[in-house]
Design a protein around this ligand. Structure first.
Ligand SMILES: Cc1ncc(COP(=O)(O)O)c(C=O)c1O
Length: 391
């Protein structure tokens, strides 16, 4: 059986080797604490689960939902957006629901990318920016996120010939995995760069509601023309398994996105829209969640610093982007953390980062900790690190 080139050329699963070590640890009776994948171990808040249960009965006739989200859902999004970012949205033209961020991000390039078109993508970065581009026939051009630039994109370094050919620029702040936020000046520079080169600015705000310092901003506070933003309930409200999100922005771009979507899926299920409405009308659970992530961030980053590692500046998201000790690769350090006395699972930065044009991998030299275990587990991991990690 011949796979399509699209699938056959995809790289393998680099986590297999770590998985093997984890399985071996378990067979020896050691319980690893896993900071690997960004999927919270805590339950979805009860009031959201209750709203979902009720909605299943409210929508007893399980007809197809609206492709773009019900008026009520888009209304709730507009209200939340006005309160959170001070931006008014037209619910007819500037909002569409999605089946979570991944679906929207992956499918979006189909609206604007033709074969061979370039899409500018940060690295390290969320894989669907590149995969969606490639599946649409486009070519990713990777922009490195480097410590020396505060993990922001350096627009001056993008060759003019590339910028002129690019169709989309992906931004993701608060940034996964570096945990950094964008400044107003950076957003202004991004808008100017995209205007000059007629590039669509696609901004992923999946982590906008997990922050420890300044409140992350929406790109729509700086521009609307030429801009689209991707939101998700997954991280804000611990709804990763629900699959619900939305896009907002320039009506022309949102309209093209809707056209793509009506040909791919049949909308966000009604009971999940109801769950999302309940989630968006409450901020208390978000505040509690931030407090908990802050506690976990402090416990783990202090333990890592106490053994001599450079302290990461985690302004937002639930990731710690930890610099590894000098002379070690990110993979070697991740393996060191799997010593049976420590048994802490972190992701080597090199594995979640694509190489740039000059062959460099900006994720090399870092490991990522996703703060998804419970507070008690994070405390236990911190204890193991303090007592057993020798740099
Ligand atoms: C940077 C980033 N964007 C978007 C998403 C999409 O999340 P979801 O598809 O659950 O909405 C994720 C999920 O891990 C992410 O890390």
């Amino acid at each position: 059986m011949q796979l399509s080139k699209r699938i056959a050329t995809l790289s393998g699963y680099p986590f297999a080797e770590l998985d093997k070590i984890i399985t071996k640890l378990k067979s020896e009776g050691v319980e690893p604490i896993t900071f690997g994948v960004g999927d919270p171990a805590d339950p979805t808040p009860e009031f959201i689960r209750e709203a979902t249960k009720k909605a299943v009965d409210d929508f007893a006739t399980a007809g197809y939902p609206s492709y773009i989200g019900s008026d009520k859902f888009r209304g709730a999004i507009a209200q939340w957006f006005a309160k959170r970012f001070g931006v008014e949205l037209n619910i007819e033209t500037e909002i569409a629901s999605s089946i979570g961020g991944k679906e929207a991000i992956f499918n979006f390039p189909l609206a604007f990318v033709d074969a061979g078109d370039i899409v500018l993508i940060p690295t390290p970065g969320y894989p669907p920016y590149a995969r969606g581009t490639e599946f649409a026939g486009g070519k990713p051009y990777f922009l490195p996120l480097l410590a020396e630039n505060d993990f922001l994109i350096d627009f001056a370094k993008i060759p003019k010939a590339i910028a002129q050919k690019a169709k989309i620029l992906w931004l993701n702040y608060p940034n996964s995995p570096t945990g950094r936020n964008a400044s107003d000046d950076f957003y202004r520079a991004a808008v100017d760069f995209c205007r000059e080169n007629e590039i669509i600015l696609a901004s992923d705000l999946a982590y906008s509601e997990i922050y420890f310092d300044a409140k992350p901003k929406s790109i729509l506070q700086f521009a609307r023309k030429g801009v689209i933003e991707f939101h998700s309930l997954s991280k804000r409200s611990r709804m990763t398994g629900y699959r619900v999100g939305f896009v907002v922005g320039d009506p022309e771009i949102v309209s093209a996105f809707k056209k793509v979507k009506t040909n791919i899926d049949s909308g966000t299920p009604n009971f999940l829209q109801a769950a999302a409405i309940a989630a968006l009308t409450d901020e208390k659970h978000v505040e509690q969640s931030i407090a908990e992530y802050r506690e976990k961030r402090d416990i783990l980053s202090e333990a890592l610093a106490s053994v001599g590692l450079e302290k990461a500046k985690t302004e937002a998201t639930f990731y710690i982007w930890q610099k590894v000790p000098t002379g070690m690769t990110s993979e070697e350090f991740a393996k060191r953390l799997l010593d049976p006395k420590i048994a802490v699972v972190a992701t080597p930065g090199a594995w979640i980062s694509d190489k740039t044009e000059n062959g460099e991998n900006p994720g090399e030299g870092f490991v990522r900790f996703a703060l998804v275990p419970t507070v008690a587990q994070v405390r236990e991991a911190a204890e193991r690190i303090r007592n057993n990690l020798k740099i």
